[in-house]
Ligand binder design. Sequence first.
Ligand code: GRF
Length: 226
Amino acid sequence: MTQGRKRVVALISGRGSNMEALLRVARLPGCPYEIVGVVSNVPGAKGLEMAARAGVATAVVNHRSFETREAFEEVLHETLLVFAADIVACAGFMRIMTEGFVGRWEGRMLNIHPSLLPLFRGLHTHRRALKAGVKVHGATVHFVTPELDGGPIIIQGAVPVLPDDDEGALAARVLQVEHRIYPAALWQVAAGKCRLEEGRVKTSDWPVAERARLFCPDVDILPRQD
Ligand code: GRF
């Protein structure tokens, strides 16, 4: 029954809740992708257990075992080839990747970042959002390019920043959005309805209304068509 589905490998470094969300949607009828493997650069990463319990093959490529970034990436790349990955989904994968490695997966590697890019690239996004006093925050799924958190945006999801928020409360609200938009983006990419062309995201047959509802489901910004 899995014939024709795109083979996705998730790269993780920790908890793996985004990977779990991708996996949950992969089980829905008609989903155009399957998660064929989960690879972590951190031995003992919590998400590995979860993947194994779900019957997904796992592998560890420990970056600390390599002298150079390139040597690490060479083995990571080979591992992805062993899984015969069509698409690579970075899901809390905390490694900066070289241009060479990224180039090999151009248009086939996605990432989720916990901010409304291009705001707050890098780490501690929720802390920085609170400090900046923004009233809207969120998450972004984008194609990976050599520029850190700088690749073309596929979809974003927004949440309000509430007056009493601390970093944890805001992170939890954003995480819910992450779990909704990442599977949606991967679905479209796997279905061939969203692709990277000449450095830009091209979509076809992905209704604007659906994307708008994913962006901010609590606000009806477009007339409903159903
Ligand atoms: C998520 O917030 C993701 O956006 C960021 O790291 C976190 C990973 O969480 N890149 P999880 O491992 O998916 O639970």
